[in-house]
Every structure is written in structure tokens, then in C-alpha cells.
Design a protein around this ligand. Sequence first.
Ligand SMILES: [Cu+2]
Length: 356
Amino acid sequence: MSKHWIHWSLPILAVLGTASRPGVEPPAQVSVRLSEWKVELSQQAIAAGTVRFAITNAGSIPHAFEVEGHGIEKETRTIQPGASDTLTLTLKPGTYEVYCPVGEDSHKKLGMESHLRVVDANAERGSTGYGATSPSGGRVKSIRVMGGGPVIQILPGPFPFPDSAAPILQQFGDEREGLESQVKNGPYSNNVTPSSGSFTFTAWDKGATRDSVDGLAEFTTQDGARWRLVLDRVQTKDVAHHPRFGGVILGLYYHGNTGVHTPLVPTINSAVALWAFGHLYKNDALVTDNAMVHVMLLSRTRRDGDFALACWDCSRNKIEELQLQILPGQGEPKFDSPGGFLFVNWEKSSSSKPAS
Ligand SMILES: [Cu+2]
């Protein structure tokens, strides 16, 4: 959690008339800065009473601000990039969760979450201490996923919902150009071919730098080549078109109209999403030790039969589609496969909690 608060200062609130008349003091103010993907507060602790939050969206996509705890659950409307809003609440002593509620908590899960400690003004005046507790509290969460059902290989082709994706692509700034080329000929296409193979993995969500994954995929592509991928370690750095998307994230609503990650994937809910490195073999010969791997177990996006993408918002469908995407490591040559990537789905997959 960032503690670097430099640009913001509390406005001097003019006290009108009698300076110390009890009960009419102006509300204490907390400045809030929203951006991708954090919520920064001008202070982490404040005295109990009326608190006015002055919120600015300094990010490049819409956000909102919610305060939750001790019987309070209040949020602003959606705040557009560059715009501001305020929220005035009467807060009792205690620790409150403050976060961005946009995207059914996907923004929160990406880091847009902080805490405000409200202290009894008389008992703890002057206290601004704030314990550096992590919001996830160090709990390890894990999932075991087994690929099942029809296996399909996805070949390059046009994205079937270009009009829905277009306004969201506008938000992507520098990344837009690369993404726009995928609209015409990218990996999220209706150009699919039957495949066969197996994929099983276990992922552990232990926090940004300690996430872990272990798994094996074996499949045959259209040209008859046999591929084997041994998942080695998660990747925790930014990935192009996937800002701040490292490691393992359990339970994320994103893509499509959420503004989180590429909109050239329908809006989905995922049980698990991760980026990892893997060892990739083709017909038993090593291709690379640095294959870039993206895995998602998500709400079904394709229909039975021809496995065409069936919905722009697929977030309410059953979570049973397992996607495996493999790209060459940075600076490595393209794979000898259509489009230079490997993209295989297991359409009726399942997950469970691993025995630990
Ligand atoms: Cu947000």
C-alpha cells in the first residue's frame, strides 16, 4: 500500500464566526485519490465525527468510492476520469474499509482498497498511527483446476463484438494500437478447430510476490504437433495489455465492458486467472523455458456445437471454460503455429480446493 502522499494537502477550512462553538465545527476532511489500481488517502486515521471525503478520479477509467464498516455502507456515483465528488459521513471509532466498488469488486481486487482508522477524538487525540496490515491478512487461498469436456484450438480471426469493444478500447491510450490490430485478427475469434489433450494445475494466491502455480498441459494441435507445457512459476510483472496483472487472482470479474484488461475478450467472471512462465516442448523437443502463459477458468464464452463466442457479457454463465494461452518469451521467435500463438480451451472444466 502506497504511503507516498506528496501532492495532496488538506485545504484550510475557514471557521466562520466563533472558532470554538461546540457542535458546529466544520467536518474533518479526507482527500481521496483514485487511480489504477489504488486508493490513496490524505491520512490513514481521523477523529470520530463528521468526515467529508473529497474524492478525485486521477485515473484513466471511471471509478467510484465506497466506505464500509460499523454499519455504514455508502458509495459515490461513478466518477469519470478527471472528475471529483464528495461523500460526507458520520463515523464512529473503528477501522473502515474504503475501496472502489466498480466492476463487482474487480477494481478492489486489483488493489483499489485501503483502510481508514477512525479514533475516539478524546481518547486518542493526535494519534495518526496506522498498522501496516495487509488487507488479505496473509491467508493463503488455492484452487485446483482440471480441464474437461471438448477441447478446441482457437486460431486467429476477427473479434466478433468489435462495436461493443470500440468505446472501451478508447480508454487504453498507448496500448490501443496493438489491441486494435487484434480486432481484425486476434486470438478471440470464432475460428476454432477440434483438439485433444489434458490440463491440470494448482494455483496458490499468497499475495503479490509469493503466488505460485504448478501444472501440466498436453495437447495436439491442428497440424498434428504434440505440445507439452510445464508450468514453472507465476509472473508478477506487468504484461502488455494487462497492466498490474501479475500472479494469481481468484474470483475476478473483468474484460469486456469492465475496463479491466483487454476488452477483446467478452465480459467474464473468473474463478482463477494467472500469468505464468512455462517450459514448452513440441514433439518432445524443448521450444522455450520462458513461454508466457495466461490461464483463466471463467464463465463460459462459447456455445456448444461450433464453439463460436456467444456473448459480449458472459459473466453470468457457468464457470467451466478453461483457457490456456501460450506466447513466446520476450524477444523469442514466434511459435510455428497459426498466428504464432497457442490457444486451447477445455470447455467443461472443473475446480476444487486442493488438499493442503
Ligand atoms: Cu475503480
